[in-house]
Write a protein that binds this ligand. Sequence first.
Ligand SMILES: CC(C)(COP(=O)(O)OP(=O)(O)OC[C@H]1O[C@@H](n2cnc3c(N)ncnc32)[C@H](O)[C@@H]1OP(=O)(O)O)[C@@H](O)C(=O)NCCC(=O)NCCS
Length: 182
Amino acid sequence: MEQEAPAKTTEGAQEVTLRPFDLADVDAMMAWVSDPEVTAFMTWDPYTSREALLAFLRDVALPHPWFRAVCLPGGDRPVGSVSVSPTADACRAELGYVLARAHWGKGVATAAVRRAVAAVFGEVEGLERLEALVDVCNVASQRVLEKAGFRREAVLRRYCVVKGAVRDMAIYSFISTDALLV
Ligand SMILES: CC(C)(COP(=O)(O)OP(=O)(O)OC[C@H]1O[C@@H](n2cnc3c(N)ncnc32)[C@H](O)[C@@H]1OP(=O)(O)O)[C@@H](O)C(=O)NCCC(=O)NCCS
């Protein structure tokens, strides 16, 4: 699970848009959910079937309260997703994001997270805290959160099992009064 830093450009990243998913996004989405490198740090296994992904879109993504497609400037084909999921407490929600490998290293995820943070506190009633749990080895994801203004709070040791291995997770938060870094 070691990560190599990608070559970097920032072209167009600031202009990403977020929109709700549609069933017609299934083929675009397959590009990232079927990639074992993309899903290495995720609790779920890569998708191997279009039908299973369609069922996920229909049963989970479309009814989800805040599950958005990340689109690049001038395009409507999603290249990733960003979600804000409710927790047991209405004041707290969990941020998740994933991007197709072809678009890594260009600032796209950071731009998408910034847009999500800028929107959700006004859109989700009662929300005070957005949190994200990141594998300590997922350096790129930790960097995304830091660039967007999240605060690293702790490392949760031996916190969860991902693909059969017990992992340490860093917990990050952004609260409603924090300053969004742009
Ligand atoms: C994590 C992920 C969303 C990042 O997307 P991205 O668009 O490439 O992210 P950005 O370009 O906005 O920022 C990545 C940052 O990490 C840095 N980075 C990437 N790999 C790195 C590495 N191995 N070591 C150090 N820094 C690294 C980049 O240089 C960049 O930082 P910089 O702008 O200061 O140079 C993407 O890699 C992904 O989808 N991964 C799989 C899913 C995932 O892990 N989701 C998060 C679960 S918590």
